[in-house]
Design a protein around this ligand. Structure first.
Ligand SMILES: Cc1ncc(COP(=O)(O)O)c(C=O)c1O
Length: 500
């Protein structure tokens, strides 16, 4: 037997590290060795184990140690005791039955077909690096006020808030969000229509689950937000790319007949990533047509709060009464991404109709954070923070624009008066993903515009450049490095040039 399971290590021998790697007690070692031998087929089903007396003598342990080990193995079904002694049970794994080992199943067979639909174009670089799009100014977050809100939630909410919450979210937060959206974004809603989710991503997944069946058609902006495409893939939808121009999503009129949609993803206030604002004419057209074909419009208002100057662009949801709009929001930009709190505002009638399904699908966690956020909004801290960030991002965008203007033609720069990123179109001679790889090696993390495209083409060769988390004074030096890399790729001299 010792040839099959090997000699046991003496647990009384301490190692050089002072016993940190001390062997397990003999009984535990014996149980593990025998289990392994049975699972791998070295002790095949049906084979008779030596008597406890014999094995104890062979292994140099007490008989009691072997008896207890055999009893343990019998209790969990590895062995059975019969008239002849202790025998290995017939287990279902082929190796335990002594059959030859087979290769693990090929990946195609092991995974759902949709797994292959996720294109690996995103770099999972550190999202706090300069020029990363989508990361807000983390070092400007009012940590002290947030800590106070969390402490207050603990004072008032414990111990109840440690239990499961209402699946649709804390009523206090739903009410606070509704009040804020009515005032700041012109959304027509009350708290009963708000469902709290784990960020906008879960809100998108929820929209897919509630409003589509596998095979339904979904339209997405192209280039557009990858999270929307991921949600549609998860729902086994047929995703149709829709072009984007300076007025936002531009639907070819015949698409309503040839590929009638069930869901339409839009980012009207600030198209992601081109920065276009969806014109009122197109908003009204989308609402009217969606109504006619029975489709739902997802309005992703991910950074609509950050209009730098002038009046904010009001939501599409609030444009007309009972618009077929699912308004999705997130605190990833307005607070911080790791908070993982987002929401969807459902039309009033739909909210009542889907309440039971929502209750079954969600669990209602992060209660203390939700209560703290409700207080943070209600006390005015949130509004003050937004005001400060709006001014900060305005200054940072201006610095980025000036830096880009020094090296690139203004016509290449896309993006409006909003948000935390600008988009730079590149000539075909500079492949955007090559440029981002080189930039990353220098510690900068702009994203390749082509990575946002379902159908990459000349207009989707470029960079999405974030300024949210990059101080204004670091933008010009960073863009100088980018321009230098772009120049090298084009084979042009480093200075005194404008790419494109
Ligand atoms: C267009 C868009 N929508 C939504 C989000 C926020 O997603 P989440 O709330 O899941 O972090 C982002 C974040 O990058 C985004 O770019």
């Amino acid at each position: 037997m010792i040839e099959i399971i090997g000699p046991l290590d003496n647990p009384l021998t301490a190692t050089a590290q002072g016993g940190a790697d001390k062997p397990a007690p003999l009984q535990k070692q014996l149980i593990e060795r025998l289990q392994q031998a049975i699972l791998t087929g070295r002790l095949p089903a049906g084979s008779l184990l030596p008597s406890s007396r014999l094995l104890a003598a062979e292994m140099g342990v007490s008989r009691n140690t072997v008896v207890i080990a055999y009893e343990h193995l019998a209790a969990v079904g590895y062995v059975v005791a019969d008239k002849q002694g202790t025998r290995v049970s017939p287990l279902s794994s082929p190796s335990a039955r002594g059959e030859p080992r087979v290769q693990p199943a090929a990946p195609q067979a092991a995974y759902a077909a949709r797994v292959g639909q996720f294109a690996a174009t995103r770099t999972h670089a550190d999202n706090t690096l300069p020029l990363t799009p989508g990361t807000p100014a983390l070092d400007r977050f009012p940590v002290t006020a947030w800590r106070r809100a969390l402490e207050r939630a603990m004072e008032h909410g414990l111990p109840e808030a440690l239990g499961y919450g209402t699946p649709a979210g804390e009523p206090a937060l739903r009410d606070a969000i509704a009040a804020h959206l009515r005032m700041a974004r012109g959304v027509r809603c009350d708290g009963s229509q708000v469902v709290i989710t784990e960020g906008a991503q879960e809100a998108l997944n929820l929209c897919v689950r509630l409003f589509t069946n596998p095979g339904d058609v979904a339209w997405v902006e192209d280039p557009g937000y990858r999270g929307a495409k991921a949600a549609f893939n998860l729902g086994d939808l047929t995703t149709l790319p829709m072009p984007v121009d300076p007025e936002g999503m531009a639907v070819p009129p015949d698409a309503w007949h040839t590929h009638p949609p069930k869901l339409i993803y839009t980012s009207p206030a600030h198209q992601y990533p081109t920065g276009a604002v969806l014109s009122v004419a197109r908003r009204l057209e989308l609402i009217a047509r969606a109504r006619r074909v029975g489709a739902w419009l997802i309005e992703d208002d991910y950074d609509g709060e950050f209009r730098h100057t002038g009046e904010p662009i009001a939501s599409m949801q609030g444009l007309v009464e009972d618009a077929p709009v699912l308004y999705v929001g997130s605190f990833s930009k307005t607070m911080f991404p790791a908070l993982r709190i987002g929401f969807v505002v459902l039309p009033r009638a739909i909210a009542a109709h889907t309440a039971v399904a929502v209750q079954e699908m969600l669990r209602g966690g992060h209660r203390l954070e939700q209560l703290a956020l409700a207080h943070f909004i209600g006390s005015g801290e949130f509004g003050r923070h937004l005001g400060r960030m709006r001014r900060l991002y305005r200054d940072r965008q201006q610095a980025l624009r000036e830096a880009l203007n020094a090296h690139f033609a203004p016509s290449q720069i896309l993006g409006g008066n909003c948000g935390m990123h600008l988009t730079l179109r590149l000539p075909a001679s500079i492949v955007d993903s090559n440029l981002t790889a080189r930039a990353l090696a220098q510690g900068f993390n702009p994203r390749a515009l082509s990575g946002f495209a379902l159908q990459p083409r000349a207009e989707t060769n470029g960079l999405v450049i974030g300024y949210g988390n990059t101080p204004a004074e670091r933008l010009a030096p960073a863009i100088r490095v980018l321009a230098g890399l772009a120049g090298e790729m084009e084979g042009k001299p480093k200075r005194g040039r404008k790419a494109g």
